[in-house]
Write a protein that binds this ligand. Structure first.
Ligand code: HEC
Ligand code: HEC
Length: 303
């Protein structure tokens, strides 16, 4: 009604009064917009600053060259070097102007202030030393890392030198905070049952070794239940790993080593990730992965 009167007033020549009313309307809109903006901002901040409780681990790194070499290999398979850089000096992982910037930190530098237990917690649980969660690092896939593998990775991290490369800060602008608020588990730490019993994997059983490796190497994209993941952009999303059962053992080995699909199709990101990370799998590891994935597919198809 008031608005309507205002328009009549303009035509009636009561400019001052109309201007005052329009000014008040503009002020109300401005206050509402500011209110929504700050609610989204602080809501996002609350998610980003949330604290998580986790167990504390007594793991120790080693300076033994053989252990460091094992760690280096695992860091490639698990993608640590892919995201944090070959020498773990950090990398910008993703950036969208005025939406977000995700930075994988310089682990060689963090090494100076982080204890082995701090590292263990951020890797397995996605929780920083200050108790807040990380964003953009696939800790749910690393929760079940065996102690000896975790220690080898820690040894590899500690063996790196800080080259003092400059890295910008992580940023979450307003639009990204809106996504955080809409997402059920925006922080990796929120998707982990921190006090769940970690399973033990018997590597003399191929199915168990295969499942362990699949968690470490494939879950980051294909999901911890291997039932498919989110697309990284306009590309095809990572499918349910049931598709691996379409591959014979030899075709699967070619997929892992050369990124080649069984029917000659270009696999985009999958092809690239295989060529950069999975060429180092041993025959035994490829057998174990293939055995686990075909067994899983058969079990699911039987259900
Ligand atoms: C998909 C990319 C990706 C992979 C794979 C990855 N990281 Fe990260 N990592 C990140 C990002 C991004 C952050 C920063 C997260 C943040 O600050 O919110 C991070 C943070 C960390 C941190 C620091 C957390 C803290 O306490 O501040 C450690 C330690 C770490 N990663 C170790 C590893 C190790 C070891 C591996 C391999 C087992 C690994 N990362 C694999 C992306 C990745
Ligand atoms: C960095 C992400 C990423 C990782 C890690 C990853 N994949 Fe994939 N994978 C993809 C994407 C994306 C596709 C879909 C490719 C397409 O169809 O264009 C895919 C597709 C596949 C396919 C289907 C190929 C086809 O013929 O359609 C198989 C099988 C597969 N991945 C197996 C694996 C296995 C096994 C691992 C772990 C050893 C793994 N992937 C790790 C992203 C990944």
């Amino acid at each position: 009604m008031r608005c309507y009167t205002a328009v009549i007033d303009i035509f009636g020549g009561h400019f001052m009064r109309a201007a005052r009313i329009l000014g008040m309307i503009a002020a109300v809109i401005a206050i509402a917009v500011t209110g929504v903006y700050s609610a989204v901002w602080t809501g996002g901040e609350r998610i980003l600053r949330r604290q998580y409780e986790t167990p504390v681990y007594s793991v120790t790194h080693s300076t033994d060259a053989d252990v460091i070499a094992v760690g280096s290999r695992l860091a490639d398979i698990a993608g640590c070097t892919g995201c944090h850089g070959a020498e773990l000096n950090g990398k910008i992982m993703g950036e969208e102007k005025f939406v977000f910037r995700s930075v994988a930190p310089n682990l060689a530098r963090l090494s100076k202030t982080y204890s082995d237990a701090d590292f263990a917690r951020s890797i397995r649980h996605g929780v920083r030393a200050d108790g807040t969660g990380v964003w953009g690092m696939p800790s749910p896939a690393f929760f079940e890392l065996r102690d000896e593998d975790l220690e080898a990775i820690l040894s590899f991290i500690r063996a790196q030198t800080d080259k003092r490369e400059k890295l910008p800060k992580d940023r979450h602008w307003i639009l990204d905070r809106l996504y955080l608020l809409q997402n059920e588990n925006p922080m990796e730490a929120a998707a982990i049952d921190h006090f769940a019993q970690r399973r033990t994997f018997d590597f003399s059983a191929p199915l168990q070794q295969g499942e362990y490796l699949a968690r470490l190497a494939c879950a980051e994209c294909h999901g911890v239940a291997f039932d498919g993941g989110r697309a990284f952009g306009p590309e095809t999303p990572p499918p349910d790993l049931i598709v691996a059962s379409a591959y014979s053992r030899d075709e699967f080995a070619k997929l892992m080593r050369e990124g080649a699909s069984f029917n000659g199709r270009d696999l985009g990101l999958m092809g690239a990730v295989a060529r950069s990370r999975f060429g180092i799998f041993t025959d035994r590891e490829i057998d174990a992965l293939h055995a686990f994935l075909t067994d899983r597919a058969l079990t699911l198809q039987a259900e």
